[in-house]
Design a protein around this ligand. Structure first.
Ligand code: ADP
Ligand code: ZN
Length: 295
């Protein structure tokens, strides 16, 4: 059996076909242009394969409420041309197969829970720190939704007393994305983040913010694994800095060995390399297929 997956990002789309064990058979990638041409190209690609279902992990915000008239839409995005795009409807109509749908970050945590670093976990969190900050939450065996879906990349953080940078989020002066995303690092220090690799002050401050967010996710979601990724985490030294600051922040309050001697295996990079998002999308398709065949 073959399943299709789409990792739909604001800058690029990745589309792949895999078997039910997550073995990728083929993939394409393209820049995200206007919906009609981009989605049209993806439909043509997918029609070449005999896929039983499709999953889409998508940039948001999204309508994930199956009872809503606009279920399956990208809603109020600033990405020009994509506001109110009925992305699920387009693929359902063109391919006539079940289509699973969730946020890109929920897709990524699903990939890691199914085939990666969080395999076997009931609860786990995936944080991507790149152009923005996004958080996927898997809780008690399910991807977490609610009023809309978690936006835990915008949680409010305590500022470092020496950090006078204004922040990059147009909505919140002190949120994680505004203070710790790749573009925030670049604006604060006046250089591309990758070129600041040798400046330890940069990464200590970055870890100060990431660790606060991670400690808050531990306190609220009680995950059994925390996966950190995105362009900024290519600075591998951040892992050790974040782990040690998380321990300090929690200060012994949460009792579990994972947080102390085992923290190297608790706050980790993805095991699926660059593929948690696309493999998670495939799994979203598999779950939708199961749902549709059980009714
Ligand atoms: P996106 O979030 O758009 O999907 P990425 O996760 O690759 O893409 O994040 C891109 C951001 O990550 C860039 O804005 C840049 O600031 C930062 N970045 C990329 N490479 C590195 C690196 N080696 N070290 C630190 N930051 C990096
Ligand atoms: Zn914000």
């Amino acid at each position: 059996m073959l399943i299709g997956g789409i990792e739909a990002g604001g800058t690029k789309m990745v589309c792949a076909v895999a078997d039910e064990n997550g073995n990728l058979k083929d993939r394409i990638s393209m820049p995200t242009r206007q919906p009609k041409e981009t989605l049209g190209e993806l439909v043509s690609y997918l029609k070449k394969w005999e896929i039983s279902a499709l999953g889409i992990g998508c940039f948001g915000p999204l309508d994930l409420n199956p009872c809503s008239d606009t279920y399956g839409y990208i809603t109020k995005t600033p990405k020009a041309g994509w506001e109110n795009c009925n992305i699920v409807g387009i693929f359902k109509e063109a391919l006539q197969i079940p289509v699973g749908f969730d946020t890109d970050v929920n897709g990524a945590i699903l990939g890691e829970v199914t085939w990666g670093a969080a395999k076997g976990c009931d609860s786990a969190v995936y944080v991507t720190i790149g152009t923005g900050v996004g958080v996927g939450v898997y809780c008690n065996g399910k991807l977490l939704h609610g009023l809309v879906h978690p936006e835990a990349g915008h949680i409010f953080l305590a500022r470092h007393p020496k950090d006078h940078y204004a922040g990059r989020c147009p909505f919140h002066p002190n949120c994680m994305e505004g203070l710790a995303s790749g573009p925030a690092i670049e604006e604060r220090w006046g250089k591309p983040a990758a070129s600041l690799a040798e400046n330890s002050e940069v990464w200590e401050l970055e870890a100060f913010y990431i660790a606060q967010a991670v400690a808050d996710y531990i306190l609220t979601y009680s995950p059994q694994k925390i996966i950190l990724w995105g362009g900024v985490m290519h600075q591998k030294k951040l892992f050790a800095l974040v782990r040690s600051q998380v321990k300090e922040l929690l200060n012994g309050y949460v009792h579990h060995k994972s947080l102390y001697d085992g923290i190297e295996d608790y706050i980790v990079a993805p095991a699926l390399g660059e593929d948690p998002g696309i493999l998670g999308a495939v799994k979203l398709g598999m779950l939708e297929l199961e749902k549709s065949s059980s009714c």
